[in-house]
Write a protein that binds this ligand. Sequence first.
Ligand code: BGC
Length: 752
Amino acid sequence: MNKKLTLSCLLLFVLSFTFLLQSKSIKNHVVKTTCLQKSLAERIDSVLTIMTLEEKVGQLNQYSSNWTTGPVSPEANKLQDIKDGKVGSMLNVKGAEKTRAIQKIALQSRMKIPLLFGLDVIHGYKTTFPIPLAEACSWDLAAMELTARIAATEAAAAGVHWTFAPMVDIARDPRWGRVMEGAGEDTYLGCAIAKARVKGFQGGQLGKTDAVMACAKHFAAYGAAIGGRDYNSVDMSERTLFEVYLPPFKAAVDAGAATFMNSFNDVNGVPATGNPHLQRDILKGKWGFNGFVVSDWGSIVEMQTHGFAKSLKESAFIAINAGNDMDMESRAYTKNLATLVTEGKVSITVVDEAVKRILLKKFELGLFDDPYKFCNEKRETQAFQNPQHRIIAKEMAQKSIVLLKNQNSILPLNKQQKVALIGPLAKSKIDMLGFWNVEWDDNSDVVSQYEGLELKIGKNNLLYAKGCEVNDSSEIGFAEAITIAKQADVVLLSMGETRDISGEARSRANIHFPGVQEKLIKAIVATGKPVVMLINAGRPLVFNWAADHVSAILYTWWLGSEAGNAIADVLYGDYNPSAKLTMSFPQSEGQIPVYYNHFNTGRPQLNSHEQYASGYKDASSLPKFPFGFGLSYTSFEYSDLKLSSNTMKADGKIDVSFTLKNSGKIKGEEVVQLYLKDEVASLVRPIKELKGFEKVMLQAGESKEIKFTIDKEKLSFFNNKLEWLAESGKFQLMIGASSDDLKLKSSFELID
Ligand code: BGC
């Protein structure tokens, strides 16, 4: 820094400090200092030095607008508190106009520190993309990065600085309603998706007007809530925590995630929010995370309900010391932190550290230089009207649809066939958006399935009947639906969950179709007409009867703004389905958790009649549809597996190659999957683990050589001392089209 500038900075600092001492008020925009070349650390320190304790605590406080996404919190005079410098961030404020108006109030505070505006931009802002679990089924990292990028562009233009996404919780239990927000059950894939999404939201660099801060959540192990009951406890070994649940969080840190959110659950008896081991030792210590941690909604106050803190004051004490920087809607910090510091119970250094982390992000975003930088009505309108966003929403929706069954190649349909579209979700717009969409007054721009089909084939060949509501007990609409079905060549049955059935606080013990939907399926199948099911849901559902009796099934999740168009494209072959499940689909709730990468046990059940084996007396232990499964309108052949060597040294690698051929008549994409199994180790290892994948597009008849590399990293696991290492010995290598459809097999040995 040049000398003159340093001196003037120093002078400015001394002047402002003296001024503060004298008048206790700061007229100039303290942070709009001209010392732009100062290092961020210096700038942060220069702000921190002139803040009162109350103002510091204010930075750690986050309020929601009156639009809430959690239980009602105690009253607060929010606008006055903002003016008084008692708020560092607001959530649930959206729109350039509103964020600007509230930011204006923050700038009336003594320190004039800009607010951070946070929002759950989970799968889109104005343009809604498929729910994250659906997108994950595309296995298309670039596409997922792109939808996050667009969501960020739209949100940032509307004054949002920070999304509470991605949710990177590994989820093996479809009863848990929040599986819809994540990437599914697999850690390897979950890490790749976590990275892609963080990169997408944050763009090249924080501070650009099209980038928002990402927030990896919910730290940690929230997805392992016992019994799939939301907010429930988690009890697991440290090794499983490290091996299965933490890696996507680590991947998010490595990708530069600006923030983390902790979680509602306790982990082995310690609430995550008050857990120093997770937040201080692992996240901020071992992983060197330099962003800040926000609590989940009210998770600080809830430590009392957990029975972990006697009072709100003690909750605040525990949370701040455990490394929870910002308090979302508990009011624990505003009410207690200053007193705790004054009483000497919480060190000011701990508070300062938390404040610095938050100020750092405000600086990185450029808010101190221009607090209104992100709320820009013109950019907002442009972003909302960008036709490209809709095109990408449609492409992403196409890529997320999983073809689960296609008997006698009934799909794709041809436009000459008369189609009866039947079911409670066929004309719904709002349900296409799914849970955690950003809510708008008008959803007329969402394309329903009926509209998508009408656009594709016109009205003449399209019949419609609702049949029943999603959660109906009445069969009154069945007769009309049957009559309509009989007039058609093929029936499309649109069933599943409305958008509020999966999501936060939407755990279900029974994950079959709600209401009388299954009865309707039976009644329609009884007409003898071929039935194609469109299953709309936020989680894997159980639908054995339908799976065994209908002709074809497209799992269409909740696909967002362009749902209807994407579904019509797939139905008529304008897009060849390419998605594969990232969660195993159970045959019954009693099997849950069912996931592909389990241990073998000493008595694996090799067939369902085996007596003394690890299975169920009354049910199979296999999933209905396995992890990695999904069909295409074309077929693929796997051949010619080659390994560069059958032995590998720890510092070496093995090149794996094979030939993939599109053996069908149309072009299509295949997600090839590589699995490994460590045959014998000092700890038992999963029967297979995904360690590589590639999405490959091939023209009809085309062949391609696909390559993977095996290195030590792919062979490593956490031992009981939590050391990440690869043990020498034999490994099985499997390549295939799903975790259950392994076409090529070989083995190799890791040698000392
Ligand atoms: C959820 C978070 C969400 C927050 C703010 C909580 O109830 O668990 O995932 O980001 O609310 O809406």
